[in-house]
Design a protein around this ligand. Structure first.
Ligand SMILES: Nc1ncnc2c1ncn2[C@@H]1O[C@H](COP(=O)(O)OP(=O)(O)O)[C@@H](O)[C@H]1O
Ligand SMILES: [Mg+2]
Length: 347
C-alpha cells in the first residue's frame, strides 16, 4: 500500500504502567488522577481516555510538556506498547487484533519512524543508512540504490552519499533519517520530537522541507513536539496532552483563539499571533458587498501579511475572498491590529 491512505482512529485508549494495571482501570475511568494512582497504587498513568481521529494524508501534531504521554501515544500506533484498554483502528482494522506476522508486516510496510537522535548506523555511509531499511524489506540492491538515491536527492543531500553520519551536522543527519523513513514508502510517518534537538534555524528549514514534501506525498504524519510554534506551523490537527489526558484538540486557530484552559493559555501567551492567526478569524461575515473596490486578501492569509498589505495600500479594510475570488467577509485594519495585540479572549 502506498502513501496517503491511512487514517488512524484511537478510541478509549488507556495505558497504565506497572504491576497488574487492569485492576486500577475502573478507578482511572472513574476519575482517579495520575498523582493518586502513583501514590495509592504505585502505578503510572501513561494515557487516560484518549480519543483521536487522525486524518489520512494530514499532519497530526501531538503536543505537551515532558512526561505528558506523547511518546507513549505514538508507540501505540505501531504497537511497540500494548494498551491497557482501548482500540486503534487503521483503515478500519484494529491493529490490536493483528497476529504477530500481520503486525510485523504492518510495521515494516505501513509505518516508518523518524527519531530525535536520528538513529543512524554510525559505521554505514549515508547511502547505506538509507538503503538499510530497503534491504531488510528484501528489495534487491540495484533497486534499493535507485530508491535511496532519489530520496537522498529529495532531502537535499546529493553529493553526501558516501559520507558517514559523524561527518554531518545535526540537520543533515536528520535529513538522512527522513530519507530513510521516506524510502520505505510507508503511508504512516511517525516522528517523535524529530526536530527537538536541532538549532532553531535548522529546525525551521526542516519544517519547511517537511511541509514541501507533504504537499506531494500526503502521508499520514504523526508529529510529536513540545514546541507550540512548531505545532502551529506543521499541524493540520493538534492535540494537546497533559498527564496522559487530552486537554484540547483542534486546528491552530482553535488553539490560539480559544485555548481550553490555563495550561494551554500558558503555551499560547508568547506565540507570535500575527504569524499564526488567520484573517478569517477577525473578518465580518455579514459584509459581503464590495461597494468601494477594496483590496482582496485570500482566506487563510495571516494577520501579519494582511496588516502589511493594508498598511502599504491606502485602504483601511480588505475583502476576504475564497480561492475562486468569492467574497467571504470584510476585515478592517482596526480589527486586525486589535487581534494582533489582544489576549485570546479579546478576539
Ligand atoms: N516503560 C515505562 N514504565 C513506566 N512508566 C513509563 C514508561 N514509559 C513512560 N512512562 C511514564 O509515562 C508518562 C509519559 O511518558 P512519555 O510518554 O515518555 O512522555 P513524553 O514523551 O510526553 O515526555 C511519564 O510519567 C513516564 O514516566
Ligand atoms: Mg517523549
Amino acid at each position: 500500500m502506498s502513501s496517503g491512505d491511512s487514517s488512524i482512529e484511537i478510541r478509549d485508549l488507556y495505558k497504565i504502567f506497572g504491576q497488574s494495571p487492569k485492576q486500577c482501570l475502573d478507578a482511572v475511568r472513574n476519575g482517579l488522577s495520575k498523582a493518586e494512582l502513583a501514590k495509592d497504587h504505585g502505578l503510572i498513568l501513561g494515557l487516560n481516555n484518549i480519543n483521536i481521529s487522525m486524518p489520512a494524508g494530514k499532519i497530526q501534531v501531538v503536543m505537551g510538556l515532558s512526561g505528558s504521554g506523547k511518546s507513549t501515544l505514538i508507540r501505540h500506533i505501531n504497537r511497540l506498547i500494548e494498551p491497557t484498554a482501548g482500540s486503534i483502528n487503521i483503515d478500519g482494522r484494529n491493529i490490536l487484533e493483528m497476529t504477530e506476522i500481520e503486525l510485523r508486516e504492518f510495521r515494516r510496510k505501513r509505518t516508518a519512524m523518524v527519531f530525535q537522535r536520528f538513529g543512524l548506523l554510525p559505521h554505514r555511509t549515508v547511502m547505506d543508512n538509507v538503503m538499510f531499511g530497503l534491504e531488510i524489506r528484501g528489495v534487491d540492491k540495484p533497486q534499493s540504490r535507485d530508491i535511496a538515491m532519489r530520496w537522498i536527492e529529495r532531502v537535499g543531500l546529493l553529493g553526501f552519499e558516501l559520507r558517514y553520519p559523524h561527518e554531518l551536522s545535526g540537520g543533515m543527519q536528520q535529513r538522512v533519517g527522513l530519507a530513510r523513513a521516506l524510502s520505505n514508502d510507508a503511508s504512516i510517518l511517525l516522528m517523535d520530537e524529530a526536530y527537538s534537538a536541532l538549532d532553531p534555524l535548522i529546525r525551521t528549514d526542516m519544517q519547511t522541507m517537511l511541509l514541501d514534501l507533504q504537499k506531494e506525498l500526503r502521508k499520514t504524519i504523526v508529529f510529536i513536539t513540545h514546541d507550540l510554534d512548531e505545532a502551529l506551523r506543521l499541524g493540520d490537527k493538534i492535540v494537546i496532552l497533559r498527564d496522559g489526558s487530552i486537554v484540547q484538540q483542534g486546528d491552530s486557530q482553535d488553539i490560539i483563539l480559544r485555548p481550553a484552559d490555563e495550561y494551554i493559555q500558558r503555551f499560547v501567551k508568547d506565540v507570535n499571533r500575527g504569524r499564526f492567526i488567520k484573517i478569517d478569524a477577525v473578518m465580518d461575515h455579514t459584509q459581503r458587498t464590495d461597494s468601494r473596490s477594496l483590496p482582496k486578501l485570500r482566506s487563510g492569509t495571516t494577520l501579519e501579511v494582511a496588516a502589511g498589505e493594508l498598511t502599504n495600500s491606502s485602504y483601511d479594510a480588505a475583502f476576504v475572498v475564497d480561492e475562486h475570488g468569492q467574497p467571504l467577509g470584510l476585515a478592517s485594519l482596526r480589527q486586525i491590529t486589535a487581534a494582533l495585540s489582544s489576549t485570546a479572549e479579546g478576539v
